[in-house]
Design a binder for this molecule. Structure first.
Ligand code: GRG
Length: 303
């Protein structure tokens, strides 16, 4: 049989995995009911309003790269998507980026109001930890791997990671270009949760320390490349494909890779990061092929 072209292979893989994640999320999420039903409705709205599910897919691929199973890590993979959904709701609020559309649909606060949107984000964040704590991925009552993962993910989501990156992103709007600051913003705001996603998979699947370290390095490199690609899409992307407007970074005076290094150099940097990410997986067999494909996809994506 002729080998599928890489782009087709990754397309099929992403589609299959997204179906798996969507089904698990549907099974897990509560139906809106009771006195607090409005907030559950708002939580479900953003969680099921599209999305590539790249973080859970990376978590499953990280597990498989070290010989584990995707199904086993699926609850933790879903929990990471809940954290991602929370960050998008808060990021779109008027006090943050004040966006009206995401994934082609009105943002959470446009539909449910600011107070409910804020609480829906909080609710998703808390529910993510509830899901991880109750997901039963611990073996024979031993929770070491799971606790290590909760430690990793909570750090990546909080002030040492995503929240810290967001704070610097906001406070440096309109300031002079600074390569150190933009690298901090991108590695924290976006890179930290992406790196934690793939590393969590490798830890839960009992990868050895050498493997976990290599997968983590891969995650950090693609995490930064992912946000650089996002910056480039904000300039060169097609808004009808992305479901949101382009050009907003420039209007807001955001510090981005293109604003600091220019478009051409930003593309060189992301290509280099992807090359290094793939090199980090040297020594891994073909079970790591999805991770290699995902690294290439991350900078070629159109949304
Ligand atoms: C704590 C109040 C408070 C707010 C926190 C941390 C935070 C809000 C926001 C930062 C997270 C953020 C929005 C980073 C940008 C990362 C990014 C590129 C998001 C888009 O990710 P995709 O492309 O989205 O995976 P889809 O739609 O595919 O899920």
């Amino acid at each position: 049989m002729r080998q599928l072209k890489v782009s087709k292979r990754i397309e099929n893989y992403l589609e299959e995995r997204k179906i798996l994640v969507d089904k698990a999320l549907k099974d897990f999420m509560p139906e809106p009911s009771g006195l607090a039903g409005d907030v559950i409705k708002a939580m479900n709205y953003t969680l099921f309003a599209g999305g590539k599910r790249i973080r859970p897919i990376l978590c499953m691929a990280g597990a498989e790269a070290v010989g584990g199973s995707a199904d086993y890590v699926l609850p933790v993979a879903c929990a990471i998507e809940l954290i991602h959904a929370y960050s998008l709701i808060h990021d779109d609020l008027p006090v943050m980026d004040n966006d009206d559309f995401r994934r082609g649909k009105p943002t959470n606060h446009k539909v449910f109001g600011e107070a409910i949107a804020l609480l829906a984000g909080d609710g998703l964040l808390a529910l993510a930890f509830n899901l991880m704590a109750s997901c039963g991925v611990e073996k024979k009552g031993e929770k070491t791997g799971l606790l290590r993962v909760i430690d990793l993910i909570s750090s990546a989501a909080g002030y040492k990671g995503m929240v810290g990156g967001q704070v610097v992103d906001i406070s440096y709007e309109g300031k002079d270009a600074d390569p150190t600051v933009v690298e901090y913003i991108h590695t924290h705001k976006t890179g930290a949760l992406i790196a934690a996603s793939v590393t969590a998979g490798a830890i839960l699947a009992d990868g050895n320390e050498e493997e976990v370290g290599r997968v983590n390095r891969y995650g950090q490199q693609i995490g930064l490349a992912f946000q650089i690609a996002d910056d480039i899409l904000n300039i060169e992307g097609q808004s009808n494909v992305m479901g949101k407007g382009t050009g907003s970074d420039k209007v807001r005076g955001k510090m981005t890779y293109p604003s600091v290094f220019g478009i051409a150099e930003s593309k060189n940097i992301q290509n280099r990061l992807v090359r290094h990410a793939i090199e980090s997986l040297n020594g891994f067999d073909k079970k790591a092929e999805p991770l290699r494909d995902l690294a290439r996809y991350i900078i070629k994506r159109k949304l």
